[in-house]
Design a protein around this ligand. Structure first.
Ligand SMILES: Nc1ncnc2c1ncn2[C@@H]1O[C@H](COP(=O)(O)OP(=O)(O)O)[C@@H](O)[C@H]1O
Ligand SMILES: [Mg+2]
Length: 387
């Protein structure tokens, strides 16, 4: 077991075997570290590029112990490890970010309580345990509003939009387990996010604010930098710093935010790990979000999160995304990334493509569409304009 900063050839344990772990492991390898992945999946995206794999679930104490004892520090690409599991890992090796940070991000009620206590605005919200509480919450927050499970939601799963009184009972029945959280609907102008790294010494490096477009509740496009007013940008950056400091974060964190029609910035979710909206940094920054993640976890200095180019990132999702792969590798100027997943299930993130522009030259929506050329669906472009 090594101290910090981790010396070359030390081993970083990554909980979770998906693409975020894969790209973290690739960044770690470049810095001379080994990664050891804990995953139940035999041929996982992260396992394929790591020095070692512990094959097993995230709940079995013997597996967690064996994994922890084999590594020098533990980090995550998958956040939903149980409280007991986190405590067990932390009793054996340093865990970065700390279990307390993961616990907050695992539960939407804890997360919003934490954000509001740190002085960060969110959509108005109420905890909902019973149908009577849901009716009372809707009376306060109005319709439309969004009912969500508090745990394990992702890519829009575990939530329902309530538009009329008839929607309440079916959504309340369907969403499990209770309690749920009801959020006031934010009529957002844009969705934006900031990825920030923070070291054990309190130093921070925040990437530029980016703009996110979703399709079917899954991130489709990220535009870097966000084309938003300077005041909103400053607010987004300030929120990211405040959240990282209030959490006493050691590691990397993404803050998803809404920019509303009045120019206010509201925090939506935090994710204490690399984030899909930061994938563009691999190609557009000297140190990507994955390198920042590894540096923060290993105790290396954090360089400034500068950007040498503007960028657009497009996700390749499911069978439709894989159908675009030949075009993605054939088109000059598109930078293709594939995650090594064997089955292109619907909604599954299979890879992504980045297109760089000279700094300051990110075009408008039509220019972005033109730049993604072969990746546009023949009928509807990713930006929602009929081609
Ligand atoms: N309160 C809200 N008002 C408006 N849109 C919302 C609200 N909450 C979520 N959404 C939309 O749903 C998407 C997914 O919700 P989110 O809370 O980020 O859950 P997850 O990403 O875990 O599925 C958001 O990116 C946003 O487009
Ligand atoms: Mg989200």
């Amino acid at each position: 077991m090594s101290g910090f900063p981790l010396p070359p050839n030390a081993t970083i344990g990554i909980v979770g075997g998906g693409q975020l772990g894969r790209m973290s492991a690739m960044a770690a390898a470049r810095l001379g570290y080994r990664c050891h992945v804990l995953t139940p999946e035999a041929d996982s995206p992260a396992g394929q590029v790591s020095a070692a794999v512990t094959l097993g679930g995230f709940t079995d104490p013997a597996t967690l112990r064996r994994f922890a004892e084999a590594v020098d520090v533990i980090s995550f690409e998958f956040e939903n490890v149980s409280a007991e599991g986190l405590d067990l890992l932390a009793s054996i090796r340093p865990v970065r970010p700390a279990p307390s940070v993961l616990r907050i991000s695992q539960d939407r009620i804890d997360e919003k309580t934490f954000l509001n206590a740190a002085g960060v605005a969110t959509a108005p919200w109420r905890s909902v345990e019973t149908m009577a509480e849901l009716e009372a919450a809707v009376a306060v927050l109005g319709l439309p509003s969004v009912l969500k499970t508090t745990r394990l939601g992702y890519d829009g799963k575990g939530q329902a939009m309530l538009r009329s009184a008839e929607d309440l009972a079916p959504a309340f029945e369907r969403l499990q387990p209770k309690p749920l959280i009801l959020e006031g609907f934010v009529d957002f102008a844009q969705e934006i996010s900031v990825v920030i790294a923070r070291g054990a010494d309190g130093s921070m490096a925040a990437f530029d604010t980016v703009e996110n477009r979703h399709a079917n509740h899954i991130l489709d496009l990220t535009l870097a930098p966000a084309r938003i007013p300077g005041a909103a940008d400053e607010m987004a950056q300030a929120i990211a710093r405040r959240v990282a400091e209030a959490l006493d974060l050691v590691g990397l964190l993404a803050v998803e935010m809404f920019l509303d029609a009045q120019g206010r910035v509201l925090a939506n979710e935090i994710a204490p790990r690399p984030h899909n909206s930061g994938h563009w940094t691999i190609d557009a920054c000297p140190a990507s979000q994955f390198e920042m993640h590894v540096r923060a976890v290993a105790g290396l200095p954090l360089p400034p999160a500068t950007r040498h180019a503007d960028a657009v990132m497009k996700n390749l999702i499911g069978p439709e995304g894989m159908a675009l792969w030949p075009a993605a590798v054939a088109e000059p100027g598109l930078i293709p990334h594939l995650y090594g997943k064997t089955e292109a299930l619907p909604g599954r993130k299979m890879g992504h493509v980045t297109r760089l522009f000279p700094r300051g030259a990110l075009p408008g929506d039509l220019g972005v569409e033109a730049a993604l050329g072969p990746l546009l669906s023949p009928l509807l472009s990713p930006l929602g304009v009929i081609a």
